[in-house]
Design a protein around this ligand. Sequence first.
Ligand SMILES: Cc1cc2nc3c(=O)[nH]c(=O)nc-3n(C[C@H](O)[C@H](O)[C@H](O)COP(=O)(O)O)c2cc1C
Length: 596
Amino acid sequence: MLEVLKPYIKEIDTPLDVKLEIPHLAYIEAKKKNPKILMFTNPVDGDKKFDIPVVMNIFANDEVVERIFGKNLDFIAKEIEELIKMKPPKTLSEKLKAFGKLFAIKNTIPKTVKSGECQYHIYQGELAKLSNLPILKTWEKDGGKFITMGQVYTKSLDGSVRNVGMYRLQIYDDKRLGLHWQIHKDSAHLFWEYKKANKKMPVSIAIGGDPLWTWCATAPMPPGIFEVMLYGFIRGKNPKLVKCISNDLEVPADADIVIEGYCDPREMEIEGMFGDHTGYYTLKKPFPVMHVEAITTKKNPVFYATVVGKPPLEDKYMGYATERIFLPLLKTTAPDLIDYAMPENGVFHNLILCKIAPRYPGHSMQIMHSLWGVGQMSFVKHAIFVGEDAPELRDYENLIRYILNNFDSKNILISKGIVDELDHSSVEELVGGKLGIDISEKCKVKNENCIILNDEELLERLQSVEPLIKDVKQYMTDTKNPVCVIKFKKEKSAKEIFEKIKNFKENLRIVIFINTDEINNPYMLVWRVTNNIDALRDVWIDEIIGIDGSNKNALDGFTREWPPDVDTTPQVIEKLKKLGLIKGISEEELRKYQVL
Ligand SMILES: Cc1cc2nc3c(=O)[nH]c(=O)nc-3n(C[C@H](O)[C@H](O)[C@H](O)COP(=O)(O)O)c2cc1C
């Protein structure tokens, strides 16, 4: 554990169960205004006690993240930008500056050390048991226990490419784990090489050590580039790796725990369900299996874990670091991009806000297409582009007002492309609709102002044509394009209801349909709606615009299984309350984030 993080750690000494209790408390902590890192010193599993503490919310808040990186995030982005834009030096002072930058590149090269703290204890054969680790079951409907902060190290069949990615790992038994590397990810590509050659693939999982390793494992580096190089660049020193005991992979020498083994590409096993970072469960599906051959640890290891589920959670702070640091790299494919933001309640890839300096008509569309074709950016489902004169991207209130005042339905682009493997709403798995809205080209038609009725009157009028409409709430009624959210009883599809109400064009501009409870909760409304849309099926551009953010079923022609929401277990919350462990957050906030 980094010394600089000690002031941010709250120790919980009360014995708490690795099944639901520890993760539920960390979940609630992450929803506070200033969350802390939690260290659970007495984890138990029923009667079984563990002597390894569980550390959660290690990326607790923005200040902690800056401590972990050791530098301001924008400063790191600037260093990367300077490196990318480096030109041949002419004067002596330029040469000295260039030398400094090249020296920073030298730091990226990993150094193999002879021994590492992570191999103080070595367990092999019968002694290497996953049940000796305090691995968590986060959610009630999870298919079992999962390692949630594992850095998964692999390499290509010919050894020329090394990779680390953070993928969750399901525990099947003492010796076997499910490897949830999704189909688009680098390790999945490497896995196919072994599968084709019918050879066993070495895999090692490092947990803990310097938390920067963990973030690097999540970083969307281009395929073929070993993420630990980014670690070296940020830390300003060569990453120290040590060779594993039972395979020839290398892992961080300071890791707390290392699980070594291999994966036989012929073997697949059902993985899931798992309460995921979309706030929905990911459904059961076969994934490759890892066999454990050795477990090594530090003298006194800790076990890092994270909770994913409905936002905001720890991944908000990890994702923000990624967003800042990757801006200069994104600019290499979209040079006129000024800035971007991926709000956590848009589950990152469900909503991106971009500010650009457009130079010609269709410039935003050009960038949209390029984003939808680049690495993990291609998972983005909804992109909104604004011009230079727009408010700050994170000033959401004013930004939305600007968008609604300048929006023209002519500047909507609906396309088709790949979607994240976790996406549950696309018509077919892995491929779905993409929505791009270009506000950088302002609305040319003068929108007649809408005649705004109050919510009660509007509800009454809408119910007179469609009794399945149960509630109405209007937002941003002072803009040219107010948004009306309609809650309906799903005995018909939203499309059928839209057809009935689209004549209300004096009173309505943009209508969003939901069949869940977020009508008065804009933060969770964004979460729900951006999750649930496949733009090809759910966005209707007529005299008014209709957006179907409801949970889909056969009424919508949806033939896949719709997953359940990720929710807490009430008995566990009650127990944590009784133990006096839920403090520093109001009931109102807990309800807002759907904890209660
Ligand atoms: C908390 C958290 C959990 C994640 N879990 C998974 C996962 O189970 N499977 C997966 O493919 N990606 C997961 N990711 C995303 C990957 O870590 C990320 O896409 C990374 O860039 C993958 O590395 P790769 O490009 O080297 O494959 C997770 C990210 C975070 C922040």
